[in-house]
Design a binder for this molecule. Structure first.
Ligand code: PLP
Length: 323
């Protein structure tokens, strides 16, 4: 097999993004993102009592929108939050938001907070939940030149991921105290990012991403204690089609360190190679052939419309339904 060259999506850089197009929908209206406000008494802000999801559009179409909406609905049901919209209404709202922003490649964040409770009440059931969403330019979670080099990560030895008995990671949440503390320490030590272990000592996840090791047996990603990442599932599917086995299971930190390759997965990048862990190169210490093939295939497939639902089609069918 001849190694492919990593086709880095250079156009997804901060320098090329037009943030003036970023648009929000909150409290019943569209406003420029910079003007979107949330009341200081919203319990989402006060106690991280909220859920959210992040989907992206690619060349004018949502990527795996239904998977993101499924996950959002699961998160809302688990946390007993009600965005106040049907699935069809949510879909139309998100499509309208993207359409109005004029962004073809957008990161679309949508959230439901507990909202504000009646004065004097501490009963979360009585709060009026708040839904909001915004679309902003899709930029890589790292910049293109970092993708060519790969991330230099550290595994935190002092801070563990919040146990799933306390905060269910499957319901996408903003309990990021562990991530942020660990990320600050990692940055102080000169690393790009940090990977957290669970309380059993297995690799969990990092701030906004899942972790995948590539070993002789194929891809391996954590099967519990983590958000069920849609990008991770996407890479598992692409790997399967390319004849590369993949599975979810316990990922021991030593297996990650000794892997041939490693990468993180997230909506904001698809995948991003990890080339060093705690200063030690993973494999040859540069983005490897498997990560390269997966990423290149991911972009080719998206360009061909794989798992893409055009925004215009959603709006046309909403108009047809009269919603
Ligand atoms: N894990 C955490 C904690 C996250 O916040 C995210 C994304 O924001 C992920 C994993 C990756 O999920 P996805 O690939 O669906 O974006």
């Amino acid at each position: 097999m001849i190694d492919e060259i990593l086709e880095v999506p250079d156009h997804l850089s901060v320098a090329r993004a037009d943030f003036s197009r970023a648009l929000a929908w909150i409290d019943g209206g569209f406003v420029p993102l910079a003007e979107a406000r949330i009341p200081v008494r919203d319990l989402g802000l006060m106690y991280a009592d909220m859920t959210y999801d992040v989907v992206h559009t690619w060349r004018g179409g949502f990527f795996r929108l239904d998977d993101h909406l499924d996950r959002f609905e699961t998160s809302c049901a688990g946390l007993r939050l009600d965005p106040g919209f049907t699935r069809a209404e949510l879909t139309t709202l998100l499509a309208t938001l993207v359409d109005r922003s004029g962004l073809a490649d957008a990161l679309v964040y949508f959230a439901c907070t507990r909202g504000t409770a009646p004065p004097g009440s501490r009963d979360p059931r009585l709060a009026s939940n708040r839904f909001f969403a915004y679309a902003q330019p899709l930029v890589l979670r790292g910049q293109p030149e970092e993708m060519r080099r790969g991330l230099h990560a550290t595994i935190s030895t002092t801070i563990r991921r919040i146990p799933e008995t306390s905060v269910n990671p499957v319901w996408k949440n903003t309990h990021w105290g562990d991530f942020t503390r660990a990320l600050l320490l990692a940055k102080d030590d000169g690393f790009d990012t940090v990977i957290l272990l669970d309380h059993g000592g297995g690799v969990a996840e990092g701030p906004g991403f899942n972790v995948v090791a590539v070993t002789r047996e194929g891809l391996l990603a954590a099967d519990s204690g983590v958000l069920e990442g849609i990008s991770c599932r996407t890479m598992m599917e692409i790997a399967g089609e390319l004849g590369i086995p993949g599975r979810y299971g316990r990922l021991a930190p030593d297996v990650l360190r000794a892997a041939d390759e490693a990468f993180i997965t997230s909506t904001s990048c698809g995948l991003f190679p990890v080339t060093r862990v705690d200063g030690v190169p993973i494999g040859p210490g540069r983005p490897g052939p498997v990560a390269t093939r997966l990423l290149n295939t991911y972009y080719r497939r998206k360009n061909d419309g794989w798992n893409i639902t055009p925004v215009a089609r959603l709006l046309a069918s909403a108009a047809g339904r009269g919603t």
